[in-house]
Design a protein around this ligand. Structure first.
Ligand SMILES: NC(=O)c1ccc[n+]([C@@H]2O[C@H](COP(=O)([O-])OP(=O)(O)OC[C@H]3O[C@@H](n4cnc5c(N)ncnc54)[C@H](O)[C@@H]3O)[C@@H](O)[C@H]2O)c1
Length: 355
């Protein structure tokens, strides 16, 4: 079992290991009498087991919500608020999120908004949820106009990454989640890349020592960044490595692609742009392609889609009211955030990843 502390006011711990979900009562703390456990359908048996375990100390109510992105809707938040209202939830009660990133995003949003914020504990059950969505306090839902447009920053009281719960993940979900782990390798902890390259098959096996080590390393990178920049005023932007193009691909693919697949291509693109503008070497760029291919993640995108991608990125830029910005690498492990105004450079980088 390992504990990673995220600093802040107050800070909180991310605990990683097998069986760590059993310390939920302690993380909720002595003052919580009632908790709403919001869970993905796939976690219904586990949710019931948690309710049984806490019986007598904490009254746990269960809210099963729709799977995946269907969870992140205002109607689902209202369903949860309804349960809390009917059960007289007070400010000293709590919310627990059990599931992938979509579930914890919705649960976090419910916790952030009920009585202007109640205690929240995340139990992420996907790789992406563990290393990214549950750490850092961003919560949110989607609207008809786009993804994650409505939300709040609301730090959890604790995060329990129980590897027992990740054993049932389909391999495709693990591979997709690994894109964020690899990202942490490229922007900060380069040992992540060495460990994966040494034995990619072992890296994605949930019972391997490497798997736990890699999860912890990626969480440490995220914890360090969000600990310094909770509300995304500066440093946190480096977490967007590969995401400028990645988001445009997700949008173009009408959100039918896994996030990890889209940002894998986005990272190869960002590496090519870094080669053109920041002197990243050919070897460093190739390292991107090789590691994503080893994990079965895509590195190319159809050539004819460039105009759509550029238009989508530019719309995103307008929404943020700033230049088209990219996280680039001066070398592996040394990210810089930079505005790129020259479309011909972007096209040249895209040409290198076009299929
Ligand atoms: N808040 C943040 O900072 C942040 C960061 C990154 C991503 N996100 C959000 O996270 C979401 C994506 O998260 P995700 O990739 O975890 O997707 P997800 O929550 O949709 O889960 C993916 C699928 O895995 C299934 N699943 C979950 N746990 C399982 C398990 N243990 N065994 C078997 N199946 C399981 C789910 O039912 C679902 O079908 C997006 O909505 C994204 O916006 C948020």
């Amino acid at each position: 079992m390992s504990t990673i502390t995220v600093s802040g006011t107050p800070g909180y711990d991310v605990v990683v290991g097998r069986g760590v979900r059993h310390s939920l009562g302690n993380v909720l703390g002595p003052n919580v009498r009632k908790a709403l456990l919001i869970h993905a359908p796939v976690m219904s048996a586990e949710a019931e087991a948690i309710r049984e375990k806490l019986k007598g100390t904490i009254d746990v109510l269960l809210a099963e919500i729709p799977d995946a992105e269907n969870a992140k809707r205002i109607e689902v938040a209202a369903f949860c608020w309804g349960i809390m209202g009917q059960s007289d939830f007070t400010r000293s009660d709590a919310v627990i999120g059990l599931g992938g990133g979509a579930t914890t995003d919705l649960a976090g949003f419910v916790a952030a908004t009920w009585l202007r914020g109640v205690r929240m504990v995340h139990i992420p059950t996907t790789v992406l949820g563990a290393v990214d969505a549950s750490v850092g306090g961003k919560t949110g839902i989607n609207t008809a106009e786009g993804k994650n447009l409505v939300g709040a920053f609301h730090a959890p009281a604790g995060v329990l990454v129980d590897l027992d719960l990740l054993d049932s993940l389909p391999e495709m979900e693990i591979r997709a989640g690994f894109a964020e782990i690899i990202k942490a390798g490229f922007i900060a902890d380069t040992e992540i890349l060495d460990i994966i390259e040494a034995d990619p098959a072992a890296a994605i096996r949930t019972d391997s020592a490497q798997f736990q080590d890699l999860l912890e390393r990626a969480i440490r990178v995220k914890a360090r960044v969000v600990g310094e920049d909770f509300t995304e005023q500066g440093l946190r932007e480096i977490l967007n490595y590969g995401h400028t193009l990645g988001h445009a691909i997700e949008h173009t693919e009408r959100y039918q692609w896994r996030h990890g697949a889209a940002i894998s291509i986005g990272m190869v693109f960002a590496a090519e742009l870094s080669r053109l503008t920041r002197g990243l070497t050919d070897i460093e760029v190739d390292r991107h392609r090789t590691i994503f291919r080893e994990l079965g993640l895509p590195t190319e995108y159809p050539a004819g889609r460039w105009p759509t991608l550029l238009a989508t990125m530019q719309r995103d830029k307008k929404a943020r009211g700033s230049l088209l910005r990219f996280v680039l690498l001066e070398s592996i492990g040394r990210p810089v955030v930079s505005g790129v105004a020259d479309d011909s450079l972007l096209f040249a980088a895209f040409h290198e990843i076009a299929s």
